[in-house]
Structure formats: C-alpha cells, structure tokens
Design a protein around this ligand. Sequence first.
Ligand code: LMR
Length: 396
Amino acid sequence: MSLFTRLSEQPKDRIIALMQAFHDDPRPHKVDLGVGVYRDAQGQTPVMRAVKAAERRLWEEQATKGYTDLAGDAGFRDVMAGLVLGKARDAHRMATLATVGGTGAIRIALELLRSAAPQAKVWLSDPTWPNHPPIVRQAGLAQASYRYFDEAAGAVDFDAMMNDLGRVGAGDMVLLHGCCHNPTGANLTLPQWQEVAGLLNERGALPLIDIAYQGFGDGLDADAAPTRLIAQNCPEVLIAASCSKNFGVYRDRAGVLLALAGDAPTAARTQGNLTALNRLAYSFPPDHGARLVTMVLDDPALRSDWQDELEGMRRRMLSLREQLATELRARTGSDRFGFLAQHRGMFSCLGATHDQIDRLREHHGIYILGDGRMNIAGLRADTIPMIASAIAESGI
Ligand code: LMR
C-alpha cells in the first residue's frame, strides 16, 4: 500500500484560500480585504524605501553567502531585541533566535514548550489568527481557548477573558497578541495588561507574546509597551516577533524568538535548546531579510526613513478606519460601526454571518474572511463609499 494514499485531505487555510479565490476572480472592480498585507493608495504592497536602499547596498557589499550562526546573525537578534523590548531588554536573562518569520518563531516556541512540558496546554484567544490552532495541533500540544471579544460591543470582553484565564494551569502557555489583535483589532489597555501579568504569575503560566504588527497600531514604542510590561513583570516570557509587516519583507521570512528566563544560567540553557531546535527544523534560519532589517536599524539615516514610512502607513490605516466609520454612519444612520475607528492595526471584525460575507463577495466582489475579518489596509479612499454601501445593504 502506498504511503501517500494513507494521508488525509488537509483543510484549506482560510486566508490563503481566499487569497487564491481573489486572484482567480476576473472582475476588475474586485476588492481584496482578505490576507493581511499592507497596501498603499494604489493597491500595491511596496518594498519600503529604506529596505530597497539596504538591498542595493547589500548587493554591492556582501562578499559571502556562507553560513551565519545556527541561532541566526547575532547583530539581527540584537537589533530586534532592542526594537521590541527597548529598555526592558535584559541581556542577562535573554536567549534569542532568528526564525523563519513570525510563524517560525511561534512554531519554535511551541517546540520548546513541548521539550520542557509536553503535557502543558496552550491557551489561545477566541477568536485568534486562524493559523494558531493548527500550528499548536501540529506541534502535538493540547489547546484551550479564552474568551476575548464581545462582538455586539465591538470591544474586548475583559471580564470574560480574566475569568477564563483564571482556569489556566501551572506551566500552561498563554498566547497573547502583543498589539493590533488579529482578527479583531480590539486591544487591552495597559492597566488591563498589568492585571493579565498578575494573573499569569498567580497561575504560574508562561506568556507567549505574538507581536506581528509593531508600528501599525499606535506607534513603535506604544505598540511594544504591553510586551515590555510583560517582560518586566513575568519571570519567564517568550516573544515571537515578525518583520514581515513593519519592514514589508513578507516573502523573505524574517522573524525572531526572544526568551526571557529567570537567571543567566537558565537563559544560557534555553539558548542552547533554541539553537538546537533551529538545527533540527531547518538548520540555519534565512538571512537575507534579517540582514536588511539589521542594516536599516543600524544606520541612523535608513532607520529614520523607515520610521517615517512606517508612520505614514500607520496614519493611512487610521484615516481609512475613520473614513469607513463615517461613511457607514451616514449610510446606516447608526453608530454601530463606530468601533472601526477605535480599533488598531490591520484588522477589524464586522460581526457578519457567513451568508452576508458570501453576498459581499458574490454581489460586490468584496473579499472578507469568513469570520468577518477585514484588512483595513486593503481599503482605498475611492473604494470606501462603494464598500460602505455594500456593507449597509448587506444587513450586517
Ligand atoms: C494574515 O493574518 O492575514 C497574515 O498574517 C498572513 C497570514 O500568513 O495569514
């Protein structure tokens, strides 16, 4: 009997399937609000200026493509630790690993958990990024979910969240979105983060922060503030950071996993384990995107240009949020979509049924994920009136 025929059919990834359906749709007026990639006013996902300049310089100057470190280039890990943790960075208790994008960092974090505590459960927000549950499953770990979002209010249901996290077991992992929650766009306040840190410590749980959108919400430092708070208040912390969105290097797969341990010897042992996990998964992590990020962050002129461009992207998403909320207020005569202007990052959830989502796609060529998640960066000033009319008509 053939081995391959024993394989079961895999469910399609919802985000990637929608991306393909959009690609195959011949209608010229179609609008992609599905996959989370940034788009500019022309609908393009540009290579950022500073990244392009670094790439040119790299082409001129790079003399070898020999292997780097198994843990990835030390310079990259260092600048990323600085970007994410700022003053909360404590080299003494830290282990760092370059990974295959942010997803690779999450996967390695789960492998690390499995090495230390295979019985541990991983707690995910409900809802969460659709790829989180299958990655946890594939890593062979049990999972549970904690309530997060009050759909009717379009806001975080903090009481429900704390209630559910009150049941987390000692040694369990709690996955938290560092900023710009995917898919809801609704985020905790800093005092709420403080309460979460207290509860996790009380329960003896390990936080894994997934920070994939630093700079897309309230700014680079404001977006990192919750991660820094957790880093300073919890004895052990894992942080999976992605460069895909804020450096626009999606296909280059640059990301980092930061681990904060209780003391230096434990950090050193953790480093050894992380490095071994890279070796076991794919040997050396990719370097091209990581090197570009390092060059941008290390060069004051490139760094400042990158920050300006990123800030422009962030402001554009904020103004699209406001424009859509205003148009929806005008068309529905109600403020029930007001939350769109309050949310932060690339996504918000419309709270629509599957039928309504299907109708938006079939009748208007508007592609939104099945749970009502909309990529705000896919909006354009000139498409918002049509999109607002379609949403208002759909009865959402
Ligand atoms: C998304 O949530 O759409 C992005 O993170 C892209 C992806 O890989 O799913």
